[in-house]
Write a protein that binds this ligand. Structure first.
Ligand code: FAD
Length: 336
């Protein structure tokens, strides 16, 4: 017997994991997505990301960010195994570890690892954190979609909700761009970079804006990069089948989802400097995604202060893949 009807608005990783968690708790869940879930369409962050389940140089972030990130990251091996077993689609969660190359403050890094209880190894001037996992985010989305369908979550794809109008009363109906309305006991906004556009009439202090990230893809011999590699604001990682990602940019260009030749060149040069074997290798794909950018990378997770049946789970900026399992768990705990 369903407890409550819930509409989750936005079918990225945060929305899919929130829908999964709520469904497991017995709620009747509808997931609304203006595009197609798990497809690369126009700018959604979850497909475009690298799938590193760890903050880059975590000692630069506040504890709240690292706590959400570590709890989310530590959930991934079990989440991934469950999704694979139930759907046959492997999200490829692998504990590759992260190798951080100079420049970085070694003492600051060691102090942080010690405080958060993470093992580390110094290799020359490099720091290896073996616990770090990567997840193949487009596969994760596919397996989540299959799980949601299998467990009776209603997917309303190609359905876009209109910006919510002013008012503090509970939402009874939320209008779509085609004039339909959706009803539910509870609404959860997981609309990534578009969350402020959706809520600005009712949550003017919500500080979320798109921050574009571009990424390059190569294909190399599997096993070339045993660890996720980070150097000076740039990273590379390899999937099991040899696909190798290099990125990423961080650009404040509004909702522009394009890619640029200048950034392609800049990233290519950085990638080749770190891994000379890439010289002369073709770039097989170049894409961008819009991160839900927030001050200090701190997301909004919880109930709207005035509208009692509206919840937010958004604004995860650079670490939404990492944080999503933990943020979904927290929203589900609030809803009961
Ligand atoms: C290049 C790049 C690399 C990254 N690398 C990493 C990484 O290694 N690790 C990590 O943890 N994070 C990484 N990130 C960040 C991470 O991808 C995001 O934080 C995360 O995907 C945000 O997920 P989301 O579900 O909130 O947003 P999205 O994936 O953007 O999903 C929001 C969804 O809401 C839908 N939507 C919006 N408005 C409406 C509406 N009105 N009605 C219906 N649907 C709507 C959108 O179509 C979209 O599908 C990276 C991002 C980029 C761009």
């Amino acid at each position: 017997m369903a407890k409550r009807s819930v509409v989750v608005v936005g079918g990225g990783i945060v929305g899919c994991l929130t829908a999964m968690q709520l469904r497991k708790q017995g709620h009747a869940v509808t997931l609304v997505e203006r595009n197609i879930i798990a497809a690369q369409t126009s700018g959604e962050s979850s497909w475009a990301g690298a799938g590193i389940a760890f903050p880059l140089l975590p000692w630069f972030y506040q504890d709240v960010v690292n706590e959400l990130a570590l709890a989310g990251a530590r959930a991934y091996p079990a989440v991934s195994a469950e999704l694979y077993a139930e759907t046959g689609i492997d999200p490829e969660c692998s504990q590759s570890g992260m190798l951080i190359q100079p420049p970085f403050d070694q003492q600051q890094a060691i102090d942080w690892c010690t405080r958060f209880g993470l093992e580390y190894a110094l290799q020359g001037g490099n720091l290896l954190i073996p616990e770090v996992v990567q997840i193949r985010n487009p596969r994760l989305l596919q397996s989540l979609k299959a799980w949601l369908i299998k467990h009776g979550v209603i997917l309303r794809e190609q359905t876009q909700l209109m910006p919510l109008q002013e008012g503090g009363a509970p939402i009874t109906r939320w209008q779509t761009t085609t004039g339909d309305t959706l009803s539910a006991d509870v609404f959860v906004v997981t609309s990534g970079a578009w969350s402020f556009e959706l809520l600005k009439q009712t949550a003017s202090s919500l500080d979320i804006k798109p921050m574009r990230g571009q990424m390059l893809l190569y294909h190399m011999m599997p096993g070339l990069l045993p660890h996720i590699l980070y150097r000076d604001g740039f990273y590379m990682l390899q999937r099991r089948d040899g696909h190798l990602l290099a990125g990423s940019s961080l650009e404040d260009v509004g909702f522009d989802t394009g890619v640029t030749d200048s950034m392609r060149q800049e990233m290519l040069q950085k990638a080749e400097a770190i891994l000379p074997a890439l010289k002369g290798q073709p770039i097989i794909k170049h894409w961008s995604g819009l991160r839900p950018g927030t001050p200090h990378n701190i997301p909004s997770i919880g109930r709207h202060p005035q509208i009692e049946n509206l919840y937010l789970n958004t604004g995860h900026f650079r670490y939404g893949v990492t944080m999503a399992p933990e943020c979904a768990r927290r929203i589900a705990a609030l809803l009961g």
